[in-house]
Design a protein around this ligand. Structure first.
Ligand SMILES: Cc1cc2nc3c(=O)[nH]c(=O)nc-3n(C[C@H](O)[C@H](O)[C@H](O)COP(=O)(O)OP(=O)(O)OC[C@H]3O[C@@H](n4cnc5c(N)ncnc54)[C@H](O)[C@@H]3O)c2cc1C
Length: 324
């Protein structure tokens, strides 16, 4: 695959919203396109792109927008993303592809690069263009050293950015939200703030209902909260849900969140990564709801329900609300 002369940013759209990290990718994409003096193409990948396009308003006229709808069907999420993004990269024929460095991006992007036979540099922390082309840097040895990679191969080059390392640029008319903005906004401002209340309830709670990336949107969050209310439980979340801006950081359970030991832990739409299970594996009784029968959380669960949370959770709420 010979490289074309464009820079393609693969922005992640979840429930009609472009995730904060994609604004950082957009900033990096603009800097690279400007340095190489080539056009920038904004790829919106995910679901509800029309809504995302309406949200972003007016884009600089020189930026072309392309979309790829992810249709999971019977596939695992990352498989559907590999399909959609591979197709997009083939059709745009870019010189540089910027993929997401979120946990989800780390799932699909290397597989996409492998499928297309393209070189990839992941966890990139800065991008510069000199007279010989693009140079990216990334941390090595746990951040104790840095390595520079010159991206002048004879094929397109895929790079993924480490979230939070590049200042975001607004995509279109909407404000550029960075991950640090998200965390700052969610940080407790006063003892009575909602996020503090979440935290107090999570720590020491007997029952916790945690939602993951599978919640996808406000609608999913509302379902998790309603289920928690019906069960008189605290609301928890996975790191991915926090990264997507769906849940406050104070609700994150895991190695960089809270370590909890409730009597009942209900894990909904989360896969059960080691970072998450570190924080809840000591729970007395674990129930998991996930549409992927092979999700690792089922190995830990005492009781598992394989199915779509948007069907299972409403049915569960209805059943729990019925008088005994
Ligand atoms: C340094 C570091 C620290 C971290 N600390 C934490 C931490 O403290 N806590 C934490 O949780 N993560 C942490 N992470 C992130 C962690 O690596 C994972 O990215 C994260 O746990 C994944 O969250 P998830 O399970 O919600 O998302 P995914 O792994 O993407 O899983 C989503 C799941 O939802 C299911 N699903 C999708 N749609 C539906 C549906 N409609 N119905 C039912 N199921 C559905 C899918 O089958 C999938 O199993 C950390 C990462 C790093 C690098």
């Amino acid at each position: 695959m010979a490289p074309g002369n464009r820079v393609l940013v693969l922005a992640e759209v979840m429930g009609g919203v472009i995730i904060p990290h994609s604004h950082e990718m957009f900033a990096a994409g603009m800097a690279i396109a400007e340095g190489l003096q080539v056009p920038l193409v904004l790829g919106l990948v995910g679901t509800d792109q029309d809504e995302a396009l309406a949200n972003i308003g007016t884009l600089d006229g020189s930026i072309e927008t392309v979309t790829a709808v992810v249709d999971e069907g019977e596939m695992l999420p990352y498989e559907a993303w590999v399909d959609a993004t591979s197709e997009l990269v083939r059709s745009v024929d870019p010189h540089i592809v910027l993929a997401s460095g979120t946990s989800f991006g780390n799932d699909y992007a290397p597989r996409m690069a492998a499928r297309l036979g393209l070189p990839m540099a992941s966890w990139v922390t800065s991008v510069t263009v000199d007279d010989q082309g693009l140079v990216v840097t990334r941390d090595v040895l746990g951040g104790r050293a840095e390595t520079a990679i010159r991206c002048n191969s004879g094929t397109p080059f895929v790079i993924s950015l480490e979230p939070g390392t590049i200042d975001p640029s607004p995509i279109g008319d909407i404000a550029a939200i960075s991950l640090s903005d998200v965390f700052a906004e969610l940080a407790p401002t006063s003892p009575g703030s909602q996020s503090t209340a979440h935290r107090k309830r999570l720590m020491g709670a007997d029952r916790i209902v945690s939602g993951g990336r599978g919640m996808r949107s406000e609608e999913g969050v509302a379902l998790i909260e309603e289920l928690a209310d019906v069960l008189d439980a605290a609301v928890g979340s996975s790191g991915a849900a926090v990264l997507m801006g769906l849940s406050p950081h104070e609700t994150q359970v895991g190695s960089s969140g809270e370590v909890v030991r409730p009597k009942l832990y209900l894990a909904v739409g989360l896969s059960g990564t080691p970072q998450h299970t570190f924080g809840m594996r000591e729970s007395q009784f674990i129930v998991a709801i996930n549409k992927d029968p092979n999700a690792p959380i089922f190995q830990l669960a005492d009781f598992g329900i394989v199915g779509d949370l948007f069907e299972i959770v409403p049915a569960l709420i209805e059943a729990l609300k019925k008088p005994a």
